[in-house]
Design a protein around this ligand. Structure first.
Ligand SMILES: [Fe+2]
Length: 402
């Protein structure tokens, strides 16, 4: 016990104390998990005192009928709703503006975002920017002063982005052709409803890609600069779940238990990275995904092993733990050998679920690497990478992944 510190705590006023080693850990106040739980949504919205909601979604979700049970429940509980189904992948400022108009014209007191990552990002932005000016290029940050929003509920229909739990909403500024990653605690939903049954119909290739996004969130947040004990526990468990259940969910999409475990893994990894941050893999994957039009999770899977290798210099112990989370016996190995086992496990999992393992396979060109690296250096996720990065390092990771 540091006696001087204890004395300070006892005698000093709160404002004059210098608090070290502290962190904030923010998650949605309520999380509901259950097979089929979305059909009871009316009851939960009633509990939140929501009387009229704008349902933000996309046309595919409506056509597939994934919301039918939830809509019946809303009617049963006499909760009015208006459906806004105009969200497209990579939602733009224009879509958010239209959503805000819909929210205002129907006098809704809350937003229910029902869909994949793009839908939930759009729903979060509509809820927040209904009461705040929608910025053009400017990025909303945690210290930006914002007016409060109405109620916000998220129901994910994929297991991947973790958007239902994070404080981030990525909105594309179509005038300047950039994705703007807004980050603020107001983007954290009041309630996340995880119904794994909604993910049963997702085809194997998408299950594989979104699952590797979950793994990358878990691995990057486990090693991130902002890592804390709470986040590491969640990331570690998420890695264990992905290692065991992603192959099962890809191999048999109707495996309800595997789907549930992947939905939980996605949520846990989301809680962790929303607080600890990500790293170099996402910084490069954002550029590679945009340039070669490949799914975000595939871009992550292609780059993650070499990013882990790059970070080995400062995160040997973490990589040993990651190998253990993959259920590998590494006690008898030295630090570097154990770390290489973790990297190999990621490569093997990627290949086993049928995803490409080399950038060359997705049409990448080495002549693009300098430009991709320059863009990656500006990506905000780079700020929490545990090892300092320069442009030459990014090019080397790209070349080694080629
Ligand atoms: Fe991601």
């Amino acid at each position: 016990m540091n006696e001087k510190l204890l004395e300070e705590v006892i005698t000093m006023t709160a404002d004059s104390l210098s608090v070290s080693n502290s962190y904030h850990f923010r998650v949605p106040p309520t999380t509901l998990v259950g097979d089929g739980i979305s059909v009871k949504i009316g009851e939960y919205l009633e509990g939140l005192e929501c009387h009229k909601v704008l349902i933000v979604t996309d046309r595919q979700i409506v056509q597939l009928g994934l919301m039918n049970g939830a809509l019946r429940s809303l009617r049963r509980h006499k909760i009015d709703f208006t459906v806004f189904d105009e969200v497209l992948p990579d939602p733009t400022n224009t879509i958010v503006r239209r959503g805000v108009e819909a929210l205002n014209s129907c006098c809704c007191d809350g937003v229910l975002a029902f869909g994949g990552g793009s839908v939930i990002d759009a729903g979060k932005a509509i809820a927040v920017f209904a009461n705040n000016p929608l910025p053009a290029r400017e990025v909303i940050k945690n210290n930006t002063k914002l007016s409060p929003r109405g109620k916000l509920i998220a129901v994910p229909t994929t297991a991947g982005t973790g958007s239902e739990v994070t404080d981030i909403a990525v909105i594309t500024d179509e005038d300047n052709h950039i994705k703007v990653p807004h980050q603020h605690q107001l983007f954290i939903p009041d309630m996340a409803i995880i119904d794994p049954l909604l993910t049963l119909g997702i085809p194997p290739a998408i299950t594989a890609a979104t699952g590797m996004d979950v793994l990358t969130h878990a691995v990057e947040s486990y090693m991130a600069k902002g890592v804390c004990t709470l986040g590491q526990a969640l990331s570690y468990s998420a890695i264990q779940l992905v290692a065991t259940y992603l192959p099962l969910a890809v191999g048999n999409g109707k495996d309800q238990y595997a789907r549930r475990k992947m939905a939980e893994a996605s949520y846990m990894a989301g809680m962790s990275f929303s607080n600890a941050g990500l790293g170099l893999c996402h910084a490069i994957a954002h550029q590679v995904g945009a340039r070669y039009k490949i799914p975000h999770g595939v871009a992550n899977a292609l780059l993650l092993p070499e990013v882990m290798r790059f970070n080995m210099l400062v995160r040997l112990d973490s990589l040993r733990e990651i190998a253990r989370a993959f259920n590998l016996r590494v006690e008898h190995l030295d630090g570097k050998e154990a770390a290489l086992k973790a990297i190999e496990a990621v490569r093997e999992l990627t290949a086993a679920i049928g995803l490409p393992t080399r950038l060359e396979q997705v049409g990448a060109r080495t002549s693009d690497f300098a430009a991709l690296a320059a863009q990656a250096m500006d990506d905000p996720t780079l700020q929490t990478n545990p090892r300092q990065v320069c442009q030459a390092d990014v090019i080397e990771v790209l070349q080694r992944s080629f």
